[in-house]
Design a protein around this ligand. Sequence first.
Ligand code: ADP
Ligand code: ASP
Ligand code: MG
Length: 847
Amino acid sequence: MIFYGMPVFENIAVFQGDLFMVVLKFGGTSVGSPEAIRKLIGILGDSEHAGKVRVVVVSALSGVTDSLIGLARQAAEGEVARAALKTLEERHRKISHAFLAGTERQETDAAIKASFAELSRTLDGIGILRELSPRSFDYVMSFGERLSAALLAHICTAQGVQAEYLDARPLVLTDGNYGSARYQGDESYSRIRSYLKKHPALQIATGFIGSNAEGHTTTLGRGGSDLSAAIFGAAMGAKCVEIWTDVDGILTADPKLVKTAFKIDSLSYNEAMELSHFGAKVLHPPTVRPALEKGIPIVIRNTFNPPGGGTRIADDADPGNYPIRGISSMGNVTLVRVQGSGMVGMTGFSARLFGALARKGISIILITQASSEYSICVVVAPQDGPLAAAVIGEEFEREIASGAIEAPAVMEDLAIIAVVGSNMEHTTGISGKVFHALGRNGINVVAIAQGSSEINISAVIGAQDVAKALNAIHEAFFLAGVRTVNLFLIGIGNIGGTLLDQITSHKETLADQYKIRINLVGVANSSRMIFNPAGLEPKKIRGVLSSGDIKQGSAGTELLPLTLPEFIRKMKSFNLPTTAFCDCTANPDVAAVYAEILQAAIPVVTPNKRANSGSLDYYKTITGYSRDRGIPYLYETTVCAGLPVISVLRDLALSGDKVRRIEAVLSGTLSFIFNNFDGSKTFSALVREAKAKGYTEPDPRDDLNAMDAARKALILARECGMSLEFPAVAIEPILPPSCFKANGVEAFFTELEKADADFEKRRLEAAKEGKVLRYVSIIEEGSARLSLRAESPGSPFLSLVDSDNIVVITTDRYSKLPMVIKGPGAGAQVTAGGVFADILRIARTLV
Ligand code: ADP
Ligand code: ASP
Ligand code: MG
């Protein structure tokens, strides 16, 4: 195969004519099925393109290059996968049969057959030698594009679009770097020009492949058909190169990872280069160069949505409305770190380091160096990691032996995310926002690099965090979209169930007015748990969980028996950004897992008092995690339901005020009983009434023992900075001990009736002075106590009605007249409402 030595013949007339022509490139999915090919033919014939397309560059049918790679590797192991080969041949034949009949079909079938016979012989050769040289590898890969371009040329012609097959290998001259060969511009351009001069028909050309000076087949690197199109465009001085693919253009992020990604209308060559270099697969990175050199715009468009407009890459890109253009990611990279005190001030260190890597052909994706010069990190492809470390180890053998430098450290399973945009040059606070989004989502940053052009900020993170990081940053910058909180809820009784109702009924207002979306990902009742990262339907969850019938759920939903460790494991494994865990149980076991959840950087929202009124140690641990790492832990509803008590105390402290005393009625049940204890009924009759109204627990002693109020008092005391354990809260008993000895609720009431006279006596004594009885929690001077007090007229406690709570806060600033917070302090609606508000607070703080 000798391709060189072709006459180089410049024909100005053709060249100028081509200035008005365009080059189209269709990717694998755009030629992968008869439907796609129909779209392609439609595009060639539409009013925008008819008569204006000079060259169509095509990729192999989708998946074919991967199959060829698999076949070649298997052959090198000594096995030629005949069945796979047959399937591949059949796939091409099927496409041909969808369009061609009669002699055309026979001819094409024969051509396909001949190609596969040649491929089969090549694989046999590899199998016999058990050796897959880079050169043979490229040759095997070249079949994909050759088959698709030849097939498409036949199909187009048969469909009325006259076209010729063009094997681009002799035209695209490259070096001998098999696998990712570099094209040689001027020579390729003149070969292309002279070829086109002699072939005026529409050319359907192979993408991806070229040949070196010896005439051997080379490939331009995975995704390289885009580059082929740009080379043709540059050679012709085309008006434009259109890259047709399966997305609407270059989006703000990879749509497979970020559902809310949207199309970028225009971007500069540099921005396109940065985005594609750092993983935006939609464009093969070197594609930009020939287009940039010749000033030819590249437009990325969707074969399946031609009116979609696409993304235009050119010099005159509109600056756009956002401070960044897009975010891309490159999964699976390896970082090699060299550090040591001996590096400081050592001249020529970097030159030696990069020289050594370059000599072994190791390409460096990203470099960071701390200004202390104490360490340098280079990021390389995973397969290059061990070699890079060995090469560096060799180069600096002497320095390592002397201890001036440490042996290079290799970190695997990393990824790079890159935030790209020219507007960053003129805007401050971009990196703050990027790293805030990462930090708030608990994503550890291993290394950071910012080019001096300020058009790209890159961060190296754990590979497992890529989707989470992209989504978090995407939400932070493109806020025009709805912010999503991914919610995990445990406990769907009274409060949790009401919360689900509120989420359902408030959904539209939240989305329309506040641009917040609650995505319920996992929910559990006491026996089952259900998950769907795409979102559960709040209305259906209770039914599915209580019946255990998955059919009521939507597709992708998983229903399992509940175990707390598994619930947490799943929640972590989804690794979603802006996640919140909400505990609507009263269960101490659930409270005991908050530490683990906060440690995983997942915010916790809870009305469950158990965690904050448990051991002081645990309270300090979880509030400490939250404070130190900025992971929200929100528990407003643990005291007085939806009333703003905790947040008020926090604001007072933040603004430098000091709480001197809190006096409060913290139990709705006790509030109801004493508010109504006015002599019209006996005390026991009032308790019965409270029970009948559903204000008490099934056994009213669970309220009258004041434990619940004491827990709330402890939470408030701790909120004021007091280091108290629960037993230190002094509880004045309301009931005589005999009441607690009684067996069963009725026996309790009999005992309580015996105490009616005593209660009445206390009431009358107070009433004589115009006072009333209230069961009050008092927090002051490092202590908390609960006692039955006679309140004087004028006290805010007198105005209490029904089952309201009241919190009276005396501070340095509120010293003469205390601050009073009063209102319903229990009930599913107000509690769930408070929990809901805490969840929304997360949406507002995390993004
Ligand atoms: P083709 O076969 O047409 O060359 P590719 O698969 O090479 O198509 O590239 C298109 C794919 O690139 C899309 O399907 C999308 O998943 C992926 N992609 C990654 N990042 C981006 C991005 N920022 N914008 C658009 N697509 C992206
Ligand atoms: N077929 C080649 C690949 O899959 C080239 C391309 O599609 O651009 O990498
Ligand atoms: Mg591609």
